[in-house]
Design a protein around this ligand. Structure first.
Ligand code: HEM
Length: 207
């Protein structure tokens, strides 16, 4: 990661493109998935081009989502390794929620909460793919397997949606400067020092 004057590069162009493509496809999958999930939200399918269109495109976009997720996994897997410091950070997570980063154990490029979200997305993405296949081609599978696949698909999807609600809230409302980081790739030195002090020191020692 390069540093330039008062700013530090947090995300490369490739990382940002992958992230925003995932975000766009995720919103489509969430809306069409919720429409197929419950009759109460079936009306969403008309907003998404109709029930047939939703049924055809949901699994195709699902495959594309998993491919982007694989790219994200390859981009960030090294920085997302959970270490001993992350446990201490999680014990103090209330301070993070209150935006009191000063009292927290020092975070590296990603904090333990961000790492948890990453692994939740990766594991749930895999489960959504595996359970999605019997739902895509129901006539090729037995009823017991199909019912089990529905259960796994729904639990994984609701976990991912819950995780992303927290993620968007933390990024957009709590940690100021995060959205700018994901849009421009750049953060200020003071942002890096406040939110990711261990990462900040690593970057500075490389200069
Ligand atoms: C839907 C709208 C989304 C918004 C507004 C959003 C926003 C952001 C922002 C602002 C960051 C930078 C955080 C930082 O550097 O401190 C970020 C990072 C990240 N995003 Fe998203 N995101 C969205 C969707 C997603 C989805 C669907 C996924 C995964 C499937 C995802 C996974 C990640 C991961 C793993 C990171 C790096 C670690 C983290 O900050 O949690 N995001 N996102």
């Amino acid at each position: 990661m390069k540093t330039d004057g008062g700013s530090i590069q947090r995300y490369t162009v490739a990382e940002r493109i992958t992230h925003w493509l995932i975000a766009i496809v995720f919103v489509y999958l969430m809306l069409t998935g919720l429409a197929l999930f419950t009759p109460h939200l079936f009306w969403l399918s008309s907003v998404m081009g109709g029930p047939t269109t939703s049924r055809i495109w949901h699994p195709i976009l699902g495959l594309i989502y998993v491919l982007f997720l694989l790219r994200m996994f390859l981009n960030w897997r090294r920085d997302m390794k959970i270490d001993a410091g992350d446990k201490a950070w999680l014990n103090d997570v209330k301070k993070y929620i209150r935006n009191e980063d000063e009292g927290l154990p020092e975070a590296g490029r990603f904090n333990a909460g961000q790492k948890q979200l990453f692994w939740l997305q990766v594991i749930a993405g895999l489960l959504l793919l595996l359970s999605g296949i019997p739902l895509w081609f129901p006539e090729s599978f037995g009823e017991a397997l199909r019912l089990f696949a529905i259960l796994v698909h729904e639990i994984a999807a609701l976990s991912v949606i819950g995780g992303i609600i927290v993620h968007v809230y933390m990024g957009a409302a709590v940690v100021r400067g995060s959205v700018r980081a994901m849009l421009s790739g750049i953060v200020t030195r003071s942002w890096a020092k406040t939110h990711h002090p261990k990462w900040y020191r690593e970057i500075m020692s490389r200069e």
